[in-house]
Write a protein that binds this ligand. Structure first.
Ligand SMILES: [Fe+2]
Length: 297
């Protein structure tokens, strides 16, 4: 039987007595899922995982995304395309150069975001595995959008119900100063409508669903929509909703992209190696479709 050790009362838990490199019993999988729907961020310390172990565990939650936005202009990939390469290494395994394109592209990971909210079928959850960690810095911070929703004044809740935001990777990259997309990348760049407030089917809990990818709100002037999104991100990321994870090698951390935000904290990336790999599992459908809300034209 797995052990669930809450790190915070209802947001982050460590999971023990489980070896994710081995096939899991149906009971253990059910217990992990139950903990995941309750907490939204789970930490599995001391896991010795191959790429295949990592994928196999991720697939317990749904299909693993395989397409990456950044094309080969940044050089060949260091890891296979089922993984997002969350490292500061080039294809040969050396620390990237200060002016590397990948480095500039990845700078947006320091903004509060939800993985793949810019896809029509957004990210359900992500699983990030640490091979090598920086000795100082490089934490990942998580913010609980469910608790942030609960804490909103009723008038604000009424104002937000039914609103739909447009999410795009171009928006977060613009914020981080990266605009150097190739034509091919531009074609693959998606714009996805997503509900601003959504319901988690497993628990019935309501949650905000904003991110740095969100650029405007349908039916509102662009500047007003962006201002509201900024206000909501500032609310969600108030300290009482945030947990900071300090990485250890062999940590696997998974989070629910439907109801959390995260960001990578700075570290001396031209000095220390930080080597992590992420899988993201696709949600079952667009957030509007899941709740029977008509997609905006
Ligand atoms: Fe991310």
């Amino acid at each position: 039987m797995i052990t669930v050790n809450p790190v915070t009362p209802d947001f982050v838990a460590e999971i023990g007595d489980v070896d994710l490199s081995r096939p899991l019993s149906a009971a253990d999988i059910a217990d992990i899922k139950q903990a995941f729907w309750k907490f939204a961020v789970l930490i599995f310390p001391e896991q010795a995982l191959s790429a295949e172990n990592h994928i196999a565990f991720a697939e317990q939650f749904g299909p693993v995304e395989a397409d990456r936005v950044l094309d080969t202009k940044s050089g060949p990939n260091r890891v296979d395309t089922r993984f997002s390469d969350v490292s500061n290494l080039d294809a040969t395994g050396k620390i990237w150069s200060e002016d590397s394109r990948k480095r500039m592209y990845k700078a947006a990971n320091k903004l509060w975001h939800s993985d793949s909210s810019f896809r029509h079928r957004p990210g359900l959850c992500s699983l990030l595995y640490a091979h090598t960690v920086a000795p100082v810095g490089g934490q990942t911070e998580f913010a609980d959008q469910r608790a942030a929703w609960d804490a909103l004044p009723e008038a604000m809740k009424r104002r937000l119900e039914g609103l739909i935001a447009e999410h795009s990777i171009a928006t977060s990259r613009r914020l981080s100063g990266f605009a150097d997309f190739t034509e091919e990348e531009g074609r693959r760049m998606s714009y996805a409508p997503q509900l601003l407030v959504r319901t988690l089917p497993e628990t019935g809990r309501r949650t905000l669903y904003v991110a740095a990818h969100a650029g405007r709100i349908f039916g509102m002037p662009d500047a007003d929509g962006q201002a509201l999104i900024n206000e909501l991100i500032a609310h969600v990321t108030r300290r009482q909703f945030v947990h900071s994870h300090r990485w250890r090698p062999k940590d696997l951390v998974m989070w629910d992209n439907r109801c959390t935000l995260h960001r990578g904290m700075d570290y001396d990336d031209l000095r220390w190696v930080r080597d992590m790999r992420r899988t993201t599992v696709s949600d079952i459908a667009n957030s509007c479709e899941q709740e029977g809300v008509a997609l905006p034209v």
